[in-house]
Design a protein around this ligand. Structure first.
Ligand code: MLC
Ligand code: AMP
Length: 512
């Protein structure tokens, strides 16, 4: 087993952190189903040997759209282990979305759920994919079947620090999604910083209730537990009652704000339920100050809010240790060790301390660029190597960062990003539609949701509900605006540009 520092393979570092007792439980998936550390090692070796046996070009993309399962984690570990590049895809994506990702990334291997094999394999083989495997949530499918014949011993592939470990697609404000390329060093350096910063300790047990196709569930939560040799209580989907019932066995929880809102709605959430908890972490979307305060009042715990992105993993965090400061609601804390963060004006010059501007960042966690989009990559970096996050914020005299908005036209709904431009494009293509605007409005459960405002072509009559029903057949469910209004005109400025701020104002109380 290679664990020497000259191999920068992230898997080698995670494997080196496994506890000495390999028979201890690593993942408790509920209903009596558990995986030991030895299981993780052997099963990921078998899957890595399966990938090796396919004789793929080095750094092949392994695209994966499957329901959350421990086997999906094993496939992620196996992909790292064999030196290929993991490309996770949200299970909500439909064929048009998947067609784009597969066409753009040209994965050598696609793994999908058994139910989707028909349409996914058609798209994949047309795009030149060599192998399509299936993986069901219940360990069914051809992937596990084929791997069961492979050896359970595997030496991790030799990887350099800048070699790619994963590509995460993030939607673009204009045009199509971009694949953020993350290297072994990007991911490992961030995981190591968080291990220290959040005070991971022996005996910690993590509740893992997030999806594993985005940074939060796949990297922040999973790497955190693995790098600390900590057990995970595994939930294939978030159910507040089920999670609260197992909180007494846990010490660490990570969630998007919606998860906290939904747990607060449960009477069973009380001080007894959280008696062994050490840390509650929130991120991926703004945590409302009311949620922060309600959580404090109900549980006695102060949520630690942090901020990150697909392109950078984690950037800032409220302090864990009291000696480093308070956890301040409404702020995302301090830049993490190793992260340079600055706030600049429209011309790119740093603003005076305390003033609002665009947030730019630099550090070992910042990605390698967008997959096959060198011009886009160049546009998003400054000459001195800072990445333009598209988030707008300020830094106060104590160094706390507050996010006040976004320069990118983006809605964050229940922790998922929705790009209005993409939705508007689909709506505008529908018969009878002259134009549309999609804006985000406050929502008590999802934080923010999309609302579509549509103008009909002269002579056409449109039905908002019918438009949404059509959209639902084309796009992932979380992207569908929750309401659609057909109106006579959209508010415009003197340049003719739609004034989305006025629409947001007009519809802001829709879900109050
Ligand atoms: C589901 N729906 C959503 C939605 N999730 N709509 C808007 N926003 C969402 N996030 C739709 C469903 O399709 C359904 O529509 C209706 O809303 C009600 O669904 P539900 O049953 O209430 O949803 P549920 O399945 O319980 O999912 C809610 C959720 C989930 C909050 C558990 O969205 C979730 O796991 N979010 C976490 C996302 C995440 O991990 N983000 C991290 C990104 S990483 P219909 O019409 O079908 O009834 C990142 C970087 C960083 O941002 O800093 O971490
Ligand atoms: P994603 O592209 O899915 O990785 O989403 C990243 C975006 O989520 C960031 O650019 C921010 O706009 C937002 N985000 C993440 N964490 C927070 C937070 N704690 N507060 C506010 N916004 C956040």
């Amino acid at each position: 087993m290679t664990t020497t520092t000259d191999n920068h393979n992230l898997f080698a570092a995670l494997r080196a952190a496994f506890p000495a007792d390999l028979d201890a439980v690593a993942i408790d998936a509920g209903a009596g189903l558990t995986y030991s550390w030895r299981d993780l090692d052997r099963a990921s070796a078998m899957l890595a040997n399966l990938l090796d046996g396919l004789d793929l070009p080095p750094a092949s993309r392994i695209a994966v759209q499957v329901e959350k399962s421990v086997e999906a984690v094993l496939l992620y570990l196996a992909t790292l282990r064999s030196g290929h590049v993991f490309l996770p895809l949200n299970t909500a994506y439909h064929s048009a979305e998947i067609g784009y990702f597969i066409g753009n990334a040209e994965p050598a291997v696609v793994v999908c759920s058994p139910a989707n094999h028909g349409w996914v394999s058609k798209i994949a083989f047309q795009a030149g994919t060599r192998y399509v495997f299936t993986l069901g949530e219940d360990r069914s499918g051809t992937l596990v079947e084929r791997a069961s014949h492979c050896s359970d011993q595997h030496e991790p592939a030799q990887r350099g620090p800048d070699d790619l470990a994963a590509i995460l697609y993030t939607s673009g404000t204009t045009g199509r999604s971009k694949g953020a390329m993350l290297s072994h060093r990007n991911l490992l350096s961030n995981a190591q910083v968080l291990k220290d910063y959040w005070g991971w300790e022996k005996g910690d047990v993590l509740v893992h209730a997030l999806p594993i196709f985005h940074v939060h569930g796949l990297f922040v939560a999973l790497h955190g537990a693995l790098l600390n040799g900590s057990k995970m209580l595994w939930f294939s989907r978030f159910d507040p009652k089920a999670v609260i019932a197992r909180l007494p066995e846990a010490t660490v929880f990570m969630g998007v704000p919606t998860l906290y809102v939904r747990m607060l709605a449960e009477p069973a959430l009380d001080k007894a339920a959280v008696r062994h908890m050490r840390l509650f972490i929130s991120g991926s979307a703004p945590l409302l100050i009311e949620t922060f305060r309600d959580w404090q009042a109900r549980t006695g715990h102060t949520i630690l809010e942090r901020y990150g992105m697909s392109e950078t993993a984690m950037l800032t965090s409220n302090p864990y240790h009291a000696k480093d400061g308070d956890r301040r609601g409404g702020t995302v804390g301090f830049p993490l060790p190793g992260v340079d963060l600055r706030v600049v004006d429209d011309a790119g010059a740093p603003v005076p301390q305390g003033e609002i501007g665009g947030i730019q960042v630099r550090g070992p966690n910042v990605f390698q660029g967008y997959w096959r989009m060198p011009e886009k990559t160049a546009e998003e970096f400054t000459a001195d190597g800072f990445f333009k996050t598209g988030d707008v914020g300020r830094v106060d005299a104590q160094g706390y960062v507050t996010i006040v908005g976004r320069s990118k036209d983006l809605i964050i709904s229940g922790g998922y990003n929705v790009y209005p431009a993409e939705i508007e494009g689909f709506i505008n293509d529908m018969p009878g539609v002259a134009e549309s605007a999609v804006v985000g409005v406050p929502h008590p459960d999802f934080g923010e949701v999309g609302v579509a405002v549509v103008i009909a072509r002269p002579g056409s009559v449109l039905d908002g509900e019918a438009l949404l029903a059509t959209l639902k057949q084309q796009l992932a469910n979380f992207k569908i605006p929750k309401r659609c209004f057909v109106v006579a005109e959209l508010p415009r400025n003197t340049m003719g540009k739609v004034q989305k701020n006025l629409l947001r104002e007009q519809y802001k109380a829709l879900f109050a």
